[in-house]
Write a protein that binds this ligand. Structure first.
Ligand SMILES: [Zn+2]
Length: 302
């Protein structure tokens, strides 16, 4: 390839992809170009739910021994519901929930389910903490999210608490705060991605690494408000059908062509299962940062 062609190619690709070269905000989201969903984008049209009304089916239950969690609650679902409610303060009435049982590994059942699973739907979790699996479809000529399921790695030490990450009692690992993890994954359900993977440097729960941050930041809120602006909320509220089943969202790090998408979803012309991964930042190795004392924590593979 000539030097001229090499220099021109990125511009051509930008034109072909329909993307503007400048960044328009810090938060990130999915866009679609042809049959491909591009993750961690900061420009272009985001892929969101057709209607901003999504029912999540919380199948997390309660700890088997009945002992209270660190924050005094006794139910995982209660903590997940808190995460849903917090996003609803940004996009009013977006999430509703019930606790009916469904399979979070079925991408075509039309139910958006949150549950613990012993593995990643047949594959190994590895160091993965949680995964959001999204299915996309095409309705009225545009791509939308049609289903989203969240699976939490049941092999980890889970708890519920605010503040800095804490150690899991009796182990060398961290206790994973369920509420902040579900809050992050629900951001993917809304349609947000990792701003740091889009080249941004912002304080955000939606960054790719789990951290001491336990709640939404202004950047997270701006992102959700951008995906679901209030005027469209009003319009959707006036016209949306009462049954929002079939909606869903998620986030991700890798894309898999939708071979496992249920073909009976008539409106779905294209489905993609999106896997989202969340991990702790790598240690720099500097003793001053306490690296030697850091216990091993679950990671997400890139
Ligand atoms: Zn994520």
């Amino acid at each position: 390839m000539s030097r001229h062609a090499t220099r021109v190619l990125p511009l051509l690709l930008t034109a072909v992809l329909g993307l503007t070269p400048q960044l328009v905000q810090a938060f990130a989201f999915d866009t679609v170009v042809g049959p491909v969903v591009l993750q961690h984008q900061t420009a272009g049209s985001p892929v969101v739910w057709e209607a901003p009304r999504v029912t999540m089916h919380l199948n997390l239950g309660s700890p088997p021994n009945g002992a209270p969690l660190a924050n005094g609650t006794t139910s995982w679902d209660t903590n997940a519901a808190e995460a849903l409610a917090l996003w609803n303060t940004v996009v009013p009435h977006f999430f509703t929930f019930d606790t009916t049982a469904h399979n979070p590994c079925d991408p075509g059942d039309g139910f958006n389910t949150v549950g613990f699973t012993p593995d990643h739907c047949g594959d190994g979790f590895g160091d993965v903490i949680a995964v959001t699996r999204k299915t996309y479809g095409q309705q009225a000529g545009r791509f939308v999210v049609t289903q989203a399921d969240v699976v939490l790695n049941a092999q980890l030490c889970w708890d519920a608490y605010a503040g800095p990450l804490e150690l899991c009692q009796g182990t060398l690992g961290y206790a994973i705060d369920l509420q902040r993890v579900v809050l992050h994954e629900l951001g993917h359900v809304l349609g947000l991605e990792h701003p740091d993977e889009a080249g941004q440097s912002v304080a955000a729960l939606m960054n790719r690494y789990i951290s001491d941050l336990d709640t939404l930041t202004p950047d997270d809120r701006l992102g959700a408000a951008f995906l679901y602006p209030q005027p469209s909320l009003a319009a959707s509220a006036a016209s949306a059908a009462p049954d929002s089943r079939g909606g869903g969202g998620g986030g991700g790090c890798t894309l898999r062509p939708g071979s496992d998408v249920d073909p009976t979803l008539g409106a779905v012309l294209l489905g993609l299962a999106v896997v989202c991964l969340w991990k702790r930042p790598p240690c720099s190795g500097k003793p001053s940062e306490g690296c030697a004392a850091l216990p091993r924590v679950p990671r997400i593979h890139d």
